[in-house]
Design a protein around this ligand. Structure first.
Ligand SMILES: Nc1ncnc2c1ncn2[C@@H]1O[C@H](COP(=O)(O)OP(=O)(O)O)[C@@H](O)[C@H]1O
Ligand SMILES: [Mg+2]
Length: 249
């Protein structure tokens, strides 16, 4: 990570109200290429509101979001996705009965012409994309064409990450990506995040687990009742300090 690189994402003075509740107040943070940033805070601190405001689910009440220096505003999550911001939720929406390839192309199926005129699904393109994307992530399954329902939780999360990578997401927002996984699979997801870093992607990593945050993040940005309560490089802070920032006082 180069701390002088131009930010991929620059969130400035973002606020979001729900009627009388101010869930986010004047919140600012940046994400640079190859950087993992962890917004952290207690329940109700505003983490989900923040990522929904960035990913086009909520319209911010005020403030600014810049992508590579350019102000953006998303009416829908699809608009954010089209600009390279992909969100991976805990139960990422995979179609259970379809293969990895079909899931990568879900809603954007590639077509080819059979006999020179008949439009049919380009299964080879889907299979090739599945293979190359999963290889890129150093992720190996025996039966690439099997329905993803056959895969474990960690493998399914890898498919969701693979889909984002295939469509060239520049910023991946991950909400509790290690939740409800066994320890080996948590490690696997964390190693996928290291690979995204190495490929210059920006990652916003949300987790309840400080150990995971410390294992994977470059920077932690603490939220307390919607306000930015402090920012630390992971290499320059401790669990204790972060917990103090989270609870305040
Ligand atoms: N859709 C909503 N309508 C009303 N209040 C909300 C809504 N979403 C979140 N809030 C409130 O905003 C605050 C921040 O919530 P949230 O962003 O979910 O926090 P976190 O994800 O850190 O637990 C909380 O007080 C919560 O009750
Ligand atoms: Mg939340």
């Amino acid at each position: 990570m180069n701390s002088s690189a131009e930010p991929l994402l620059d969130v400035r003075n973002l606020s979001k109200n729900f009627a009388a509740v101010q869930a986010l107040k004047d919140f600012s943070m940046v994400v640079r290429p190859g950087e993992v940033v962890a917004p952290a805070g207690d329940n109700g601190a505003g983490k989900t509101t923040l990522i929904k405001a960035i990913s086009g689910v909520y319209k911010p009440s005020s403030g600014e979001i810049r992508l590579r220096g350019e102000p953006v505003s998303f009416a829908t999550p699809q608009e954010a996705r089209d600009k390279g911001i992909e969100t991976i939720y805990r139960d990422s929406a995979l179609a259970d009965n379809l293969s990895i390839g079909a899931n990568i192309f879900l809603g954007r199926e590639p077509m080819r012409k059979a006999f020179g005129f008949l439009p049919v699904l380009d299964r080879k393109k889907m299979a090739d994309a599945a293979k190359s994307t999963m290889a890129l992530l150093d992720f190996h399954v025996n039966r690439m064409e099997a329905p993803v329902s056959n895969f474990s939780g960690g493998q399914r999360r890898a498919v969701a990450i693979g889909r984002a990578v295939y469509w060239d997401a520049q910023i991946l927002i991950m909400d509790e990506p290690t939740a409800a996984l066994g320890v080996p699979e948590q490690r696997k997801v964390i190693s996928l995040i290291h690979q995204l870093k190495a490929r210059g992607r920006g990652v916003i990593f949300i987790s309840h687990n400080l150990q995971d945050i410390f294992a994977v993040s470059d920077r932690i940005v603490v939220l307390r009742r919607g306000v930015q309560a402090g920012e630390r490089k992971i290499s320059e802070t401790t669990h204790d300090e972060v917990v103090k920032l989270m609870v305040g006082g």
